[in-house]
Design a protein around this ligand. Sequence first.
Ligand code: ATP
Length: 341
Amino acid sequence: MTAVATLGSHCALQVLKGAKDEGLKTILVCEKKRERLYKRFDFIDELIPVDSFLEVLDSKCTKILEKNNAVLIPHGTLIAQMSTEQIESIKIPVFGNKWILRWESDRNLKEKLMLEANLAVPKSVKTPKQIRRLTIAKRHGAAGGKGYFLTSSEKDYIKKRNQLIKSGLIKGDKDLYLQEYVMGVLAYLQFFYSPLDDNLEFFGVDKRHESDIEGLARIPSQQQLGMDYISSFNVIGNSPMVLRESLLDDVYQMGERFVEAAKRLVKPGMNGPFCIEGVYDQDAKFWTFEFSARIVAGTNIYMDGSPYSTLLYDVPMSMGRRIAREIKAATRQKKLDKITT
Ligand code: ATP
């Protein structure tokens, strides 16, 4: 019997609840300070208490997971707390493609994959000197939007960059990536690709609430003008969204192109959950500024299924449960190696 394991954070509750609904054993690698929280949930069969998530690399933790034939479900906390090399060195099977997580963390590789998928990507601005119009400065890695800022000239950029250096968030220019800002409606498109039956499912779409950039819209422009501060895009939460039905065909096509591109550039490809993240502009054209090559926290709003998963399944299907179904199907077909790395 296969077990499902994950780190205690991000979307662990959804993942393990989904696994339990599918009848699989559930294991949580849990920081001791959070044991109290996770012990409240009966669907978690076993807790492995750790002082730090890095212990998932140690032989003690590995042995317990191996003994249970556990598949580890990677999520945002794994990416945020481990280096690419550490993730790649995990010994137990990782759901999806652990090699593609390097492409998620590195802005240059990320852009390469999005362009290979023929997605419209906002232009990157190579140096601060080339800032001509509204531009967003983003930190490398999954910084969750903290310390990101908008700027429209080199002079303004330097001022804000220096403030960030002073606050210790960055060391210098090389820690920032500049990209043209696209105005419109933000949408985070959630997909699941199964290599077992070569099928892509559009699972849901969410909006992110980011602080304090959202708060700016509540302040009259007279007050905004007098403010001397740097806005931020710190993700606070997510809310559900549905798209105009006429946009759905394009959504599926973007997802399929992404899956095909990933097969070409980073084998075995984009297996399992992923998210294409961007902005619909005034012509309803989608500009992709980012992807996540694993389950995103925005799927937490659909623990009971989303309007789109309802079209595909007759039972409430969360992304966590969909992952568990894939593991069960692969185990039955003796193809676990096809869905893990
Ligand atoms: P995470 O890892 O949490 O997904 P990240 O560090 O990779 O975040 P992005 O997702 O690229 O950063 O950007 C964070 C936020 O900044 C987005 O959710 C969006 O609000 C805004 N943003 C980023 N790029 C653009 C862009 N080109 N145009 C408009 N808004 C943007």
